[in-house]
Write a protein that binds this ligand. Structure first.
Ligand code: UD1
Length: 441
């Protein structure tokens, strides 16, 4: 995936530094040491940015990750008429979004087709403007990733939706109305989209079988501070008393639990030791016992989490991805990289996405012994991975290949770096500061 030159990131996200090159070379085997600042969560900040479209008042988000997805969404919001004011003062990036003059007709096809989270614009724009048209969203190549739950939920709220030539046309001439919606699966995106729509819809919306991910709870917390009346956060049943105009808010984006788990794997695979700022044991949730079983020692210290390989060494363990509070699918690939050199065997079963083993072929090029049977990958730990030329195929596969390369002997070159940049802020630079032999060129 590459981003078109028509995409004016500098205007929308002036902090965005196009990374210097399209390849990364990593010479593995160096133990990482030092501090690594965990960013605000990618999967939280995107819906939070969209929530600013629900009000003409100012919404300020702090602890914003300086990632490509954020820059692309900023460009999209700007094309819709929102203004963005960025501040790069410590302790991190923050943005104030002003959406007092929206132009819902002007959504850009190129931008939307590149990011699946752009589908969240449907709920927010239908609620605020009564109409929205956008191309079918894109995103990672990890499965069917339909948006049928989003569309049927919005239809239940009174939206009229047509799909013509790959473009979704949605309108709610009489405004959206509350509805009782049962999601077939606890979809994160559909839950967020329906929350955004319900906040301005007349009457009560109930979302059953809602996703319980902490990023959904972060969105709810922001909406509540804007004045929305939402109950049930953290549970499978969310109730929204909609209709009242929303005010502005100031909200801190939660830290990225996926980046946290990924960097813990980096510390362990290199037999190094990292202090992961903003990290905590709680944030890891179901990943904590899995990481520990795999031989990652984790301890809370002032300001963060200390991660290193346990004295007993790396050990194979089994994983089944599940909706929250189960083990997150987004950590499956990074952990598989670690398990590739763990003693013994591991079985990794992916239940959320049907094509989320694209990294397996690349790990095999590095010498991993992994066999895929349907939705389960069987890993027999090998003594070492070897450097190779590999390509990133999605955001989390990219992180997994970085982990594998850090732990491998010899040099690995990675291409397809847009995927890495979508989800991680300056990962190569931050790892270099912790002693990795990594260059982008
Ligand atoms: C979000 C995360 C992503 C994470 C995923 C699961 C963001 C920006 N992305 O993606 O990193 O991997 O949650 O934790 O937050 N589905 C349908 N129809 C729908 C909606 C979903 O069939 O209308 C299916 C999907 O194909 C998938 C499953 O439901 O198999 C879960 O998808 P969902 O929870 O919606 O993932 P996203 O919100 O896209």
């Amino acid at each position: 995936m590459s981003f078109p030159s028509s995409l004016s990131l500098p205007a929308a996200a002036p902090w965005w530094r196009p990374n210097s090159g399209q390849s990364i070379a990593i010479r593995g085997g160096r133990p990482l040491a030092g501090s690594y600042a965990i960013s605000g969560a990618k999967n939280a900040v995107l819906p939070l940015m969209v929530s600013a479209l629900l009000t003409p008042h100012l919404v300020t988000l702090r602890n914003v990750p300086a990632s490509l997805d954020v820059a692309v969404l900023a460009a999209l919001l700007q094309r819709l008429g929102a203004e963005m004011h960025w501040s790069t003062k410590a302790p991190g990036l923050s943005v104030t979004i002003c959406a007092d003059r929206l132009q819902p007709a002007s959504i850009d096809g190129d931008l939307v087709s590149r990011m699946r989270a752009s589908v969240l614009l449907l709920g927010a724009l239908l609620g605020r403007c009564g109409e929205a048209s956008l191309p079918m969203p894109g995103g990672d190549a990890i499965g069917l990733r339909g948006i049928d739950f989003h569309l049927s939920g919005l239809r239940a709220m009174g939206a009229e939706i047509e799909l013509v030539g790959g473009v979704i046309h949605a309108k709610a001439p009489a405004g959206l109305a509350g509805a009782d919606i049962l999601l077939p699966q606890p979809s994160v995106g559909a839950t967020e989209n329906l929350l955004l729509a319900a906040a301005l819809a007349r009457g009560t919306t109930t979302i059953r079988n809602a996703a319980r991910e902490p990023e959904v709870a972060d969105l709810i917390a922001c909406l509540v501070s804007m004045g929305a009346r939402i109950s049930g956060a953290g549970s499978h049943v969310l109730t929204v008393e909609g209709g009242a105009p929303l005010a502005g808010a100031v909200h801190d984006v939660m830290p990225d639990r996926i980046e946290l788990g990924t960097l813990a794997c980096a510390a362990a695979i290199t037999d190094g030791e990292l202090v992961l700022h903003q990290g905590s044991l709680d944030l890891l949730g179901a990943a904590l016992p899995v990481l520990q079983a795999a031989g990652v020692e984790l301890r809370e210290i002032a300001g963060g989490l200390l991660a290193r390989r346990s004295e007993a060494g790396l050990a194979g363990t089994d994983i089944v991805t599940q909706p929250y509070p189960g083990f997150a699918t987004d950590l499956q690939a990074p952990l598989m990289a670690l398990l590739s050199i763990a003693g013994g065997a591991s079985a990794v079963t992916e239940t959320i996405f049907e094509q989320r083993f694209l990294h397996v072929g690349e790990l095999r090029r590095m010498g991993a012994n992994i066999a895929v049977h349907g939705r389960t990958a069987l890993i027999r730990g090998v003594p070492e991975l070897r450097g190779a030329a590999v390509a990133c195929t999605d955001v989390r596969a990219a992180a997994a290949l970085v982990i594998a390369a850090l732990g491998a002997t010899g040099e690995t070159t990675l291409t397809g770096l847009d995927h890495l940049d979508r989800g991680y802020e300056q990962m190569a630079e931050k790892l270099a500061a912790c002693g990795a032999d990594i260059v982008r060129y």
